[in-house]
Structure formats: C-alpha cells, structure tokens
Ligand binder design. Structure first.
Ligand code: DHB
Ligand code: FE
Length: 280
C-alpha cells in the first residue's frame, strides 16, 4: 500500500533559491533558525526516500492564460517541462517525470466524490512548482516522480480555504487506497504573506504567518474557516496562496506530529516559511 511519508508546507518565492544558495557557505548558527529550517527541511525530505511528490502549487499566468484558469487542475502526464515565465525556457532544465498512474487513481477517486477537476495531460510548471522541488530535493529533484496539482489563487473567484481542505481530504482517501508500494511526499506551496501589487504592495504580516505555521499543524480547521477575504486582508492578495497548504493538510491525518518549522522575513518581498509534519 502507499505510504504518506511527509507533509510539507513551503513558500515558492523565486528568490528563495538564490537566497538559500547565498546562505549555504554559512554555519547553522550564522544562518539562524528561521533560515536553517529550510536546509533541515531539505535534509529531512531526502531522508524520507519518497518515490513520488504530490505537489500543490499555482500557475502564475505562465502556462495558463489568465483568461482561463480552472479552479483545480490535476496533472496526468508522463512528464512536466519547465514553463516559460517570460525569459524563454532554460533548455538545461530537465522535465519532472510524472506518475500518471497515481494521477489517474486520484482523478478516478475524487471526481466521483464531487470534485470536478480539470485534467492536464500536458502541462509546463512554473516557479510555484520548481522552487519547492529544488529546495526540498536539490539535485535529486528530477529523480522523484511528481503529481502536480494546480489551484487557482490568481483570478477571482478562487476556491475557498474550506474547499481546498476538503479536496485534500478526498485526495488523502485516494492516496490511502492506492495499492502500489510507493512512498509519497505531499507538499503544499505558496505564501507566506505578501502583496506584489496595489496600494498595499509590500504588505507582510509576520504575526499571522507565525500563527499560521503553528495552526497548520495543530488547528487546520481554524485556517479552513477563514474566508478568502480574510486571507487577502491578513496575508495580502498573493498571500492568499496559503490556502494551498490546506490541500496538503487535508491529505494528512487529523493527528500529525510536527517535524520542524521555520520563518524568515523577508525573502524578496515575502514572508518565507516552511513546516514539516508526519502522520501520527
Ligand atoms: C514572488 C512570486 C511568487 O509567486 C510568490 O509566491 C512570492 C513572491 C516574487 O516574485 O517576489
Ligand atoms: Fe506565488
């Protein structure tokens, strides 16, 4: 049977990669605990020996036209090449290998439950997907099979935190009924608080972010109860990406054990956080 070996929430801000690369030569003490947590998350992730990563992210208008953004898209492709984010595609980047069998198992399980997902048999993935894979798996990123799940957090109306949590619970039931012996890591990405546009550009809410890092482990129902307007007002218009962590949390068991968490502010103009947990 499939085994869910890790649940992780992590920012996907593009600047995280160069930021961590610059921190690499420093000692853990020099980095400080908030930054060290990102390195620890990568070490821990690789120790879990996951065969597949189910990664929840959002496309930022690179692959999906902003005129056509499905609420939820499950990738069911053999591979996922990098998206063109405006500077052309870096031909040196390998595609991520897909696990189409697991994708179809998820689709065939959750659609009859009432989640009318869009299915992508061809999909390029942008930084929302690639940055967390790089931070967590490093050079091994292209050796792990993936199931990308894209959530609309960019064009109103976006799915609610509650709906994201419920989708996660349905995917969790699907994963637990998957007969193959695979080790699955579940990764929710985005946030934390940030706003890249409008009068509140630069908005960061460290207090909310730190409370979110605690509550995603211990009180996810509270986070699922917040409205999208709450997320935008507390975490900023793009900080509303945090609803994607609730898909991950819904997949995990009700009771989980915290492994690590960390927070550093700012990375670019974003509160950057990471949390890892295991099913109890
Ligand atoms: C930035 C982009 C993101 O997608 C995000 O989630 C946070 C920050 C950025 O470009 O700075
Ligand atoms: Fe983003």
């Amino acid at each position: 049977m499939a085994d869910i070996v890790a649940g992780i929430g992590i920012s996907h801000v593009p600047a995280l990669a160069p930021f961590l690369a610059a921190q690499k030569p420093r000692t853990p003490a020099e980095r400080g605990p908030g930054v060290q947590a990102f390195f620890d998350a990568g070490d821990w992730m690789r120790e879990q020996q996951a065969d597949v990563a189910v990664l929840i992210y959002n496309d930022h208008g690179a692959e999906m036209s902003l005129g056509l953004v499905p609420a939820f898209v499950v990738g069911a492709a053999e591979e996922y090449p990098p998206a063109d984010e405006g500077n052309g595609v870096d031909a040196s980047l390998p595609p991520f290998p897909g696990d189409a069998d697991l994708s179809w198992h998820i689709i065939d399980s959750v659609v009859p439950e009432g989640f009318d997902l869009a299915v992508a048999q061809q999909m390029a993935v942008d930084h929302g997907f690639r940055i967390p894979m790089g931070v967590l798996f490093g050079a091994e990123a292209s050796a792990v099979k993936v199931v990308p799940i894209a959530v609309n957090v960019v064009q109103q109306p976006t799915p609610s935190a509650r709906r994201c949590f419920q989708l996660g619970q349905a995917i969790g039931r699907a994963l637990r009924s998957y007969p193959e012996d695979v080790r699955i890591a579940v990764i929710g990405t985005g946030g934390m608080s940030h706003q890249l546009q409008g009068a509140r550009a630069g908005h960061i809410n460290e207090e909310f972010d730190r409370s979110f890092l605690d509550r995603i482990v211990t009180a996810p129902e509270e986070l699922a109860d917040l409205s999208n307007a709450d997320y935008i007002s507390l975490a900023g218009s793009e900080g509303a990406e945090l609803v994607m962590w609730l898909v991950m949390r819904g997949i995990m068991n009700t009771d989980v054990d915290a492994v690590l968490s960390g927070y550093h502010v700012p990375v670019s103009s974003t509160g950057a956080g990471v949390v890892a947990m295991t099913n109890r």
